[in-house]
Design a protein around this ligand. Structure first.
Ligand code: SF4
Length: 471
């Protein structure tokens, strides 16, 4: 538990000023967000304030006995990261950030400013490793029946979704804002959320776990598109089959026509693929997107294959059809009329299919939290907020989120993204405005902090935090 600064009390109640809701909290009760409570007339932050120990996080030794002369200190200052998790918020932000901590790192005086920022304009970007068709680009994503985001681009073996942002959090109905806030909070805290996509699938998303699409766990991410798969495995098929069709919603590959087949001297087979030919051996739009082979709508590979040219094909021609994950495959031989007949897969071809599967990454959901550290939050750090923006851009200030490294977007403001799976569990909170509460830390040299007009009167040594925690 971390004790916050004293607040006006009236009739045993205390007023929380950590967000615009400004709850009056009865003795022994918590505010609307469950983050602050009234403990004997004092406003307290309920969650423990978290400090991370870098060495333990890296899986290293607790005390580096051999690195230098040990002075008896269990935890050295340079090994501790002060996070904003559980630190509290200052609202309105003309007040200094709740904790401004000085410490010595490798002989240099440093300052870390931490605050649990209230982000009304934030969101998550989801990368869902799947071949299955989740929905059309720009389709609305729903949670609890409310629109919370949309489908963006399909990338290499993954479908991207974008949830939240100003329009869903504050621009729609109250219900929409709450459902959006709920979905973002749960995803960022590592919980599973079921999303449904208009005109598409339902998908259960959880950071670091396989997506569940329409009730089916997605175990594999494709090895590559159909063309890449041919490039990767052409040598293994050479001599065992005459033709391979790698079925994929993005690029379907044809072995005999593909550059890789040509390099190996594979003769033409006269195969005709229904689809738009891009370059030799690479076909677009062979079928509609769907839940079938290679993310297409088909369950029978012959649906995309037209007739074989009798000038090039021959009876007995051996053809393998396979998907980009190796999950689906069929083997055919041409009969006297050059019609493909399904046959049992020859034993010697099996290892090449297993090799495709072996080269697939496990299907996974990634959750990236994205937010902008607004001008008001920045004034909790320095007198003139633009100073911190410039220092961050000049890489003189390190920004972290719950101790995790962030990706900083170029351009205006301090817009950052963080992989929530690198953060401690339950690092996020919310306030019912609605907005997400996320930790953010700014670390810099003490001299720079002074130069920028930092709130020097509020700087406290790291050891004073440890004392607070022990109380
Ligand atoms: S909802 Fe806002 S005002 Fe109410 S307890 Fe939480 S932070 Fe404080």
């Amino acid at each position: 538990m971390y004790k916050a600064r004293p607040i006006d009390a009236a009739g045993g109640k205390v007023r929380c000023d950590a967000c615009p809701v400004t709850c009056f909290i009865k003795p022994g009760a918590a505010g609307a967000c469950d983050r602050y409570a009234n403990l004997d007339g004092e406003l307290v932050r309920v969650d423990p304030h978290i400090m991370l120990q870098k060495t333990i996080d890296r899986g290293g030794e607790c005390v580096p006995f051999s690195a230098s002369e040990w002075d008896g200190t269990i935890l050295r200052e340079s090994e501790i990261i002060v996070t904003a998790i559980g630190a509290g918020t200052t609202y309105p932000e003309y007040k200094p950030a709740p904790l401004i901590v000085s410490s010595e790192i490798d002989g240099v005086d440093m300052v870390t400013v931490v605050t649990e920022g209230i982000f009304s304009y934030c969101g998550v970007k989801l990368k869902i490793d799947t071949d299955r068709h989740l929905g059309s680009e720009m389709a609305t994503v729903l949670s609890q029946g409310e629109p919370v985001g949309h489908v963006t681009t399909g990338e290499y073996g993954s479908q991207m979704l974008s949830l939240g942002g100003v329009n869903h959090l504050t621009g729609g109905s109250k219900k929409e804002g709450r459902a959006t806030c709920d979905a973002i909070l749960s995803l960022c805290n590592g919980e599973a959320v079921e999303l449904s996509i208009e005109g598409g699938s339902t998908v259960v998303v959880e950071a670091g776990r396989a997506p569940i699409v329409n009730g089916v766990v997605e175990s594999r991410m494709r090895a590559g598109c159909g063309s890449a798969t041919i490039g990767m495995f052409a040598k293994q098929w050479h001599g065992l089959v005459d033709e391979v069709v790698v079925i994929d919603d993005h690029i379907t590959g044809v072995f005999s026509e593909h550059q890789a087949g040509k390099m190996l001297g594979v003769p033409p087979t006269g195969i005709k693929i229904k689809g738009r030919r891009s370059t030799p051996g690479r076909y677009f739009q062979v079928a509609e997107p769907g839940q079938g082979w290679g993310g297409t709508s088909i369950s029978n590979p012959l649906d995309i294959i037209g007739s074989f040219d009798p000038k090039q094909a021959w009876p007995g021609l051996r053809m393998l059809a396979v998907s980009t994950t190796g999950e689906q495959w069929s083997y055919f031989e041409l009969d006297e009329t050059l019609a493909p007949q399904q046959k049992e897969l020859p034993r010697e071809i099996k290892p090449s299919i297993e090799r495709i599967s072996e080269n697939c990454e496990p299907g996974m959901c990634s959750v990236m939290f994205i937010a902008g550290a607004g001008g008001s939050l920045r004034s909790g750090i320095v007198d003139n907020p633009v100073n911190i923006t410039n220092a961050v851009k000049n890489k003189r200030v390190e920004v972290t989120c719950g101790g995790a490294p962030v990706f900083l977007w170029p351009g205006g403001g301090i817009t950052f993204m963080v992989d929530v799976s690198h953060m401690p569990k339950r690092a996020f909170g919310y306030v019912p405005t609605p907005a997400i509460v996320a930790p953010i830390e700014f670390t810099m040299r003490h001299s720079l902090y002074a130069e920028m007009g930092g709130h020097l009167d509020y700087v406290r040594p790291l050891s004073s935090l440890r004392r607070d925690r022990q109380q």
